[in-house]
Ligand binder design. Structure first.
Ligand code: MRU
Length: 363
């Protein structure tokens, strides 16, 4: 996608052919700053601190981190140690493990001197795969948006509510939940997006920045506004991304997603989840008990980050100094609340039968 008219991916190889460049997402949308990551420790820090974030993007960046580790030491011991170290940075999104496993499988049978080269090639393939996958998710999601538009009075926009950021900056390009919206806008459809702020890390600001840069009409709302908007007939569809979808169709996503799904169910509003194949974890049967939910620092809750009145980016305290805080970063929406899944292979129900039919090779 474009920033000030220049096309970008969210991760790319630097001129030296070894380091990668990313946008520092702890600074977006207030400052657009590139960061160079040159070794696996820098990659691990970038993922942990959320300089890069979003399930598909942390997979792609983690893959390059493992390639960097192999350039330093191509032994199988280092491959396994570095993969474990990178995998521990964020536990909920399965895309990270998926990408690291893919690198391990691609390099293991090569002689040591060929392993780093093979890992870089595989990391590049993961990135290209993500871009094409998300483009196809957009095509299938566009069909869904067209169906909704056809049922509305002429001249009314299709009103989508989204939570967190599942846009191009959360993937290598296009995004998952936002990909259909970009395609709809580009096809001339009248679409409007309600953007949840998404405390505590304010990923909604990233979504609003993305949509604004692309000219998509949107409105930024508090996390608590969604239920009210739905009760008053102001939302036609909810579309969110996900960090892990289990065999039975349970969906892990940013904290607060479950509440949106409950409100959507109560108001008969379709609740759709967009996912690439790398987010599907058929090894997990029950999302509620088996998906590890990341618990992040309470400091993210007691303070909020943004543009300071005197300029610059920084945090201001919002909770009393003495109040403890808790910060579960994700929740699980049970399959029964999910209307359907939008994948690169088409739409399907949130159920084992439907997922097995669409992805027989994963069963
Ligand atoms: O903590 P984050 O910002 O990495 O969480 C991101 C989300 O929950 C996204 O919705 C999900 O990763 C899908 S991104 C295409």
């Amino acid at each position: 996608m474009k920033i000030n008219g220049t096309p970008y991916r969210s991760v790319w190889l630097d001129a030296d052919g070894r380091s990668i460049r990313i946008f520092d997402q702890t600074r977006l949308p207030w400052a657009v700053e590139e960061l160079v990551l040159s070794d696996e420790e820098a990659v691990a820090h970038a993922i942990r601190s959320m300089q890069v974030r979003g399930a598909p993007l942390i997979g792609a960046v983690g893959a390059y981190g493992l390639a960097m580790a192999l350039r330093r030491d191509p032994s199988i011991e280092n491959l396994e140690r570095s993969a474990a170290m990178l995998n521990e940075t964020r536990p909920t999104a399965v895309n990270l493990k998926w990408a690291l496993d893919r690198i391990c499988a691609a390099v293991r049978n090569h002689p040591p001197e060929r392993r780093a080269e093979a890992a870089y090639a595989e990391a590049a393939a993961i990135c290209d795969d993500d871009v094409e996958t998300n483009r196809k998710i957009g095509e299938h999601g566009l069909e869904l948006l067209k169906e909704i538009a056809a049922r509305k009075p002429p001249g009314e926009p299709v009103r989508v509510l989204t939570h967190c950021n599942a846009g191009w900056i959360a993937t290598v390009d296009y995004g998952t939940a936002l990909s259909p919206i970009y395609q709809a806008h580009d096809a001339g459809m009248d679409v409007h997006v309600w953007v949840d702020e998404t405390r505590p890390r304010n990923q909604g600001a990233l979504t609003a920045w993305e949509l604004g840069s692309h000219g998509v009409p949107h409105t930024f709302v508090t996390d608590n506004a969604g239920g009210h908007l739905m009760q008053h007939g102001m939302v036609d569809i909810v579309i969110v991304g996900t960090d892990r979808v289990t065999r039975n169709g349970d969906v892990a996503n940013k904290i607060g997603t479950y509440l949106k799904a409950l409100a959507a169910k109560d108001n008969d509003i379709p609740f759709w989840v967009a996912l690439p194949h790398s987010t599907l974890d058929m090894s997990v049967r029950d999302g509620l008990t088996e998906i590890p939910i990341e618990e992040r620092s309470s400091a993210e809750v007691t303070a909020t980050t943004g543009r300071l009145p005197k300029g610059g980016v920084g945090a201001i305290r919002v909770a009393p100094e003495s109040s403890p805080a808790a910060n579960p970063a994700f929740d699980v929406t049970p399959a029964r609340l999910v209307t359907g899944l939008i994948t690169e292979r088409g739409r399907c129900g949130a159920s084992e039968e439907a997922l097995s039919a669409l992805y027989p090779e994963k069963v």
